[in-house]
Write a protein that binds this ligand. Structure first.
Ligand SMILES: [Zn+2]
Ligand SMILES: [Zn+2]
Length: 81
């Protein structure tokens, strides 16, 4: 309903761990496909495949950009038909 507000909320949640409030997301668990914070790496995600979020973020941005372009392309196509 309110995509702009939703987007802002998601940005806030992306920066901080949902489990450990106040902890900044700095890592990404490949095992769970989830962004995590430092305590997560040795608690819930101990022994999992952990990547630094910096390495993952570039591909994230690429994916969301591609998805946005794709949606914009498809919509006029449907309207034309
Ligand atoms: Zn955490
Ligand atoms: Zn994990």
């Amino acid at each position: 309903m309110l995509p702009v507000t939703q987007g802002e909320d998601q940005d806030d949640h992306d920066n901080y761990c949902r489990v450990h409030k106040g902890e900044t997301i700095k890592y990404y668990c490949e095992t769970c496909n989830a962004p995590i914070c430092l305590p997560c790496t040795f608690l819930d995600h101990k022994g999992h495949q952990i990547e630094e979020i910096k390495n993952v973020r570039d591909s994230f941005n690429e994916v969301s950009y591609t998805t946005t372009v794709h949606v914009i392309k498809v919509e006029p196509h449907f309207i034309a038909i």
